[in-house]
Design a protein around this ligand. Sequence first.
Ligand code: 1GP
Length: 260
Amino acid sequence: MNQLLRQTFASLKSSGRKAIALLLDPDKTSELEAFRVIELAEAHGVDFLLVGGSLTVDASIHTLVPAMKSRTKLPIILFPGSPTQITPSADGILFLSLISGRNPDLLIGRHVEAAPLLKGSGIEVLPTGYMLIDTGKPTTANYISNTQPIPHNKPEIALCTAIAGELLGLHQIYMDGGSGADSSISTEMIHAVSSRIDIPLIIGGGIRTQEDAMRIWHAGADVIVVGTALESDPSGSFIRDLGAAKSQIHAQSEMEFPQI
Ligand code: 1GP
């Protein structure tokens, strides 16, 4: 079984290096738009391209992913809201268990449906503990998943949930304020979780500025996910800023901990 992406994610946690993932919603992204994002992503040190969403209206993911694949060597990882979003040319899939919720369908049900499609497909499966965090307003993910998010001011609930995910054998934790969240997840919650788990931590939802990205990385996130902000970034300046912020963090840590 191919484990390239698993190793890449694990090495982020062990090395302290930071990563950027851009999330493309297949309903809102034309092939031309995806090619534009790919060009910027390659130029500015983006690490992963995620494709998917909690609700997709048409089947465009099945044409978008192969088109993207023909244009880039960057890993394309599915972030599926349902097994209907599984498409064979992707490199990997976040195999999400919604551990912040108590909806059995999203803890194991959909996985059973997806299993025969994934086994032997060549898509690398990344078992991921997915945690929705309340950041102030209802999101599509909360509504569609029919679950309650973890309250934003309860880092201890997030921590215990993430540790449970780790002990269950999940390979990474993804805490998500939801697409288009008004604000991103608090420093306190990110730090509480990242400092007590040994698996990589992905943070997404409402990241719109370079300062926010820096704050989230400094709090202990290994990967940040940015989606909605790309829609209002026609010049690509935000992707450039993210790349610059990542380089700055890496340069700082090399000064503090020089490689011998
Ligand atoms: C949503 O974490 C992702 O699931 C990205 O969120 O669209 O708010 O960047 P945004």
